[in-house]
Design a protein around this ligand. Structure first.
Ligand code: GAP
Length: 472
């Protein structure tokens, strides 16, 4: 397992991720995706979009970020979308009370104080009211992780929605929220999509888009941020059939991560002990990050909670009329809800590798390689002239321009060929094409694969077919 700092440093150095507004010192919980990061992000979204919507029973949607404020009353976000917050009076540190306790439990486990860790974990799972968090923190003398102080305030609820105003007047009547999840845009469009898509239950609606949460603590790079993207799909089913579809979507989503190269030993299921107010079944797919296991996607059976509430709050019938069986009902919903940036971070950690390689002359060095699935890799192919003379740059450039029409392609003419391979390995480019003296004589090139480092000669006019074959 490599350190998170090593991966963050590569991500910064090679233009995957930068701190937001870095020249002003950055903005906590916000990140910018650089030239390679944005390609990786788009490839993840594209892979998800194709697997979810290139099928008969799922339609796509792109709803507005700002929604009618009643949406959030109906969904329960106005009253319930909050985290328990606690402040330390001496250090002025502000924490999520549940995270503070969880981190204390983790520390105890590292020190092999298993019984005490189990005891506190049990109390945490039985928390009923805000004051229960406070009681646990005081009873077990949990300290401020920075200052060591135990001088805590009461635990208060902190609503995570960002508020803003529509129009020039900052009046409570004009208040709207930046959506904290994309799901509600799907629920309020249930009827529109059902009718225009001429769908029948069971069917789904998929959406990728930004979500915003004013998290109390942002941490671990892209893991918990205040602005992020979600890839969500709500699958509308007949009540009573939710178990079947819950199992189906669990399998689909796990397989999707594995298909795109996630090592199964880095993934695990986490059962929810406590269910959200809208759910009757919920599991998470967790990834083994360098800092520990963390959720990357949730699969939730949300019953008819959301559609019923929108029916109640809007007065618009959120029913499905089954004309064949002559029945009408409010569908149940099975949701798959993944974070794009969390998935990106998981794919980045999963791909990162260092290995010692020895060249023909017996010289060893460590190569850093991102072993991305070829369809996720930010750059698909790199083209190099072996030397910058004898007509090689001209041929290489022509090949580069041709490949660029189909694939994200890099051109690199700088330095020894070994250095150029290493530069591409470090950003995960799966194929490197080198134009040498022989290329000018017989119209062939060498193509080198990133993981095996094996090279073979192929005809210039078959490069594209070779790559597309590998991408399939
Ligand atoms: N509609 C259900 C829903 O939003 P969630 O578990 O709150 O469920 C779903 O969020 C996914 O969104 C998570 O699995 C995670 O990947 C991502 N996510 C949630 N909060 C996030 C944050 N603060 N930063 C980055 N990703 C986040």
């Amino acid at each position: 397992m490599y350190k998170l700092d090593t991966i963050i440093s590569l991500a910064k150095r090679r233009g995957f991720v930068f701190r937001s507004s870095e020249i002003y010192g950055g903005l906590n919980g916000c990140w910018d995706y650089g030239p390679l990061g944005v390609e990786l992000l788009r490839n993840i979204k594209e892979a998800w979009w194709k697997s979810m919507t290139y099928r008969d029973d799922i339609e796509g949607l792109d709803a507005a970020i700002l929604m009618h404020p009643k949406t959030w009353e109906a969904s329960g976000h106005t009253s319930q979308f909050s985290d328990p917050m606690i402040d330390n009076k001496s250090s002025k540190g502000r924490y999520r009370a549940d995270n503070l306790i969880e981190e204390h439990i983790e520390r105890l486990r590292r020190k092999k104080k298993t019984n005490l860790a189990d005891e506190i974990e049990k109390s945490l799972s039985e928390v009923d009211e805000l004051s229960d968090y406070f009681d646990i923190i005081m009873k077990y003398e949990i300290k401020d992780p920075v200052s060591g102080s135990t001088d805590w305030t009461e635990v208060r609820n902190f609503n995570l929605m960002f508020k803003t105003f529509v129009g020039p007047v900052e009046d409570t009547g004009n208040a709207v929220y930046l959506r904290p999840e994309t799901a509600q845009g799907i629920f309020v469009n249930f009827k529109n999509v059902l009718e225009t898509g001429r769908q029948k239950v069971p069917f789904g609606i998929a959406q990728i888009g930004k979500a915003f949460r004013n998290e109390i603590n942002t941490k671990n790079f892209l893991f918990r941020t205040r602005e992020f993207e979600q890839m969500e799909m709500q699958y509308f089913v007949k009540p009573g059939q939710e178990q079947k579809w819950f199992d189906y979507w669990k399998e689909q989503r796990w397989n999707w991560f594995v298909e795109y190269g996630m090592k199964p030993e880095n993934l695990k299921w986490k059962q929810h002990d406590k269910l959200a107010h809208y759910a009757n079944m919920a599991v998470d797919i967790e990834y083994k990050f360098p800092f520990g296991w963390g959720e990357i996607e949730g699969i939730h059976s949300r019953t008819d909670f959301d559609l019923s509430r929108h029916f109640e709050y809007s007065g618009k019938k959120m029913e499905y009329v089954d004309t064949v069986n002559k029945e009408r009902y409010i569908p149940y919903v099975v949701e798959t809800s993944g974070g794009v940036s969390r998935s990106l971070m998981a794919f980045l950690c999963n791909a990162y590798d260092e290995e010692v390689v020895t060249d023909d002359k017996g010289k060893s060095e460590t190569r850093t390689v991102l072993r991305f699935h070829p369809r996720l890799a930010p750059v698909t192919v790199a083209v190099f002239p072996l030397v910058n003379k004898d007509g090689m740059p001209e041929t290489a450039h022509k090949i580069y321009k041709g490949l660029q029409k189909e694939y994200k392609t890099a051109y690199d003419k700088g330095g020894a060929i070994g250095r150029r391979y290493r530069r591409q390995d470090e950003v995960g480019t799966p194929f490197c094409v080198t134009i040498d003296g022989q290329s000018l004589e017989d119209e062939t090139v060498t193509i080198r694969e990133r993981d095996s480092m094996a090279q073979q000669r192929i005809a210039i006019d078959s490069i594209s077919t070779y790559i597309s074959g590998k991408l399939k």
